[in-house]
Write a protein that binds this ligand. Structure first.
Ligand code: NCD
Length: 303
């Protein structure tokens, strides 16, 4: 049985197959409409979510399956002190596959080790968010036709942003990727990630000013400052509006640069950018459904 904890759990070859499947689902949704009849997805969310949980649920419903779950730790037995290991053993009796989000890093991995159904990490603390990465990669592949030969700027909270950590790991496997990490000093990428890039001789630079690097970028991945992972509100308030991408700054960018964002957006992209054809963050949400459909089929052995 297979779980998904980290985007690296799939080889590049397997990812290609998954993205082919997702794009086939996009083209021929009717062919897939009954593939999961009789199957249940459990969404166990111990942390807030709009997109991830609802896109998993939509994915399963689009496949003809059904959904159970909770969207708040307070409404589950976690509030009575039940461990994640016990909860997943219970959920395994009810559902065929589980998507779990948890504020503690590694919690979905603990669940997977005790589970008799596939477990998908839907975000664990500031660690990983593999299905957002699948969404990001599918969006880039669908809109650019490739996943190699890019200069990508990742901007914002690179310290706590789990989507960034997962995406960097995953993109590092493709040829000729140059990473530009744009963040204030306090929110730089974690040292383990920097060391990993150095050990593998990957090309990267760290910058503070977005304007200085914008003209070089093929892809810009904006992120919000992760308020819930800050130790004090004062630091958050000081850093939250460090970057605001607006129309004026977009003029510095290439005509075919894509702007991605895992959402939710707070202030870091001004709404006036939404109508720019290079802004693809709402398209990303749609790709997130196709890729989760493909993932559910793959993990259930129905692909
Ligand atoms: C991200 C997350 O939860 O890490 N959201 C999402 O799932 N699309 C990004 C974020 O919360 O900033």
């Amino acid at each position: 049985m297979r779980h998904l904890m980290n985007p690296m759990d799939f080889s590049v070859e397997e990812l290609n197959r998954l993205f082919d499947l997702a794009q086939d689902i996009e083209q021929h949704p009717d062919v897939y409409a009954h593939k999961c009849e009789g199957k249940k997805l459990a969404t166990c969310f111990y942390e807030p979510s709009t997109r991830t949980r609802l896109s998993f649920e939509t994915a399963m419903l689009n496949l003809g399956g059904s959904v159970i779950g909770f969207s708040d730790a307070a409404s589950s037995s976690a509030s009575k002190g039940e461990s994640v290991s016990d909860t997943i053993r219970v959920i395994s009796c009810f559902a065929d596959i589980c998507a779990m989000r948890h504020p503690k890093e590694g919690a979905p991995m603990v669940a997977a080790s005790r589970s008799s159904i596939p477990v998908i990490n839907a975000g664990d603390g500031g660690h990983q968010h593999p299905t957002q990465t699948l969404t990001d990669l599918l969006t880039i592949r669908a809109l650019k036709g490739r996943l190699d030969h890019f200069t990508i700027g990742l901007c914002g909270d690179l310290k706590f942003g789990r989507t960034v950590h997962s995406l960097v790991n995953a993109l590092a496997r493709y040829a000729d990727i140059h990473f530009i990490f744009i963040s204030p000093e306090e929110l730089r990428i974690p040292s383990y990630l920097r060391e990993k890039l150095q050990e593998n001789n990957l090309s990267f630079e760290e910058e503070i000013r977005l304007e200085d690097v914008l003209p070089k970028l093929d892809l810009l991945y904006m992120t919000r400052v992760q308020r819930e992972r800050f130790f004090n509100e004062e630091d958050y308030v000081r850093l939250k509006d460090f970057y605001i991408l607006n129309k004026e700054k977009m003029e510095l960018a290439k005509d075919d640069m894509l702007v991605l964002h895992p959402l939710p957006r707070v202030n870091e992209i001004s709404v006036e950018v939404d109508d720019d054809p290079r802004a693809v963050y709402f398209k990303q949400v749609q790709y997130g459904v196709y890729v989760r459909m493909a993932l559910i089929l793959t993990l259930l052995g129905l692909a």
